[in-house]
Design a protein around this ligand. Sequence first.
Ligand code: COA
Length: 260
Amino acid sequence: MEKLVDVSIVKDHVAIVTLQRASAANSFSLQMLEDFNEQLDRIAANKSIYCVIITGEGNKAFCAGADLKERKHMNDEEVLRTVATIGETITRVEQLSMPVIAAINGAAFGGGLELALACDIRYAVNTAQMGLTETSLAIIPGAGGTQRLPRIVGKGEAKRLIYTAQRIDAHEAKEIGLLEDVFEEGLLIAGALQTAEQICANGPVAVALSKRAINEGLDQTMNDGLHLEHTLYKETIHTEDRTEGLRAFSEKRPPQYQGK
Ligand code: COA
């Protein structure tokens, strides 16, 4: 059976992850979660992937969150277990060592937006709609939304969006800082790839350590964050890439980094 999550290596060092369940708005079924985790294992083990782009199949939905049809037949315990699995899967995306770009090709609701919130950079097509719509279903965001949304857009906007379950368009999302950029139809993946290539031209170890410094440091006090930054800086000192960066600078040529 075809996997519900595809990974293809496009260009050097860039992997595109595609949620492949367009007939159900790319919503998270149990099978899709299993396939997603299998693909995350493959990505985490592949040291030559320096940047990941996550998108959805088709042009309607990025991901409509939990599979609500499947959920209707679950008992309370199964619902809780599934919510936990969606949350853990999304946290695994956040914890990938390399940057992850969400290329939001359509609707991103509930867990679909929560997946995008766990990515490092969010781009969307100008027709995309998004929102944490859970309270309209009498539940709360359960895959990180209450924690990650306020860290990205601030407490007030996050509360407004979660309490009202409002669906906003890409332009409003960019205005409040939920998206880094918005693209015309057909240009989204090219835009994400361009950023991915810019990332891949830099020292892969340094990019990964920057990700850790920002993600882990923001949850600490400023002093602890600065200490973490210095500790992680030290990890670049003995890399071959750091020597190559200095050599390339003095030889006036682009550096050739190896991720070592
Ligand atoms: N779970 C399961 N199936 C879903 C789904 C979900 N979360 N979201 C959409 N689908 C299904 C639809 O039921 C439909 O299937 P059908 O053709 O068998 O009826 C198919 O996906 C396409 O959806 P449809 O609504 O016809 O397409 P659309 O382009 O008009 O709208 C959405 C797409 C995503 C905007 C809309 O379906 C929607 O709002 N879904 C609910 C999203 C949501 O609230 N998620 C929060 C979960 S906490």
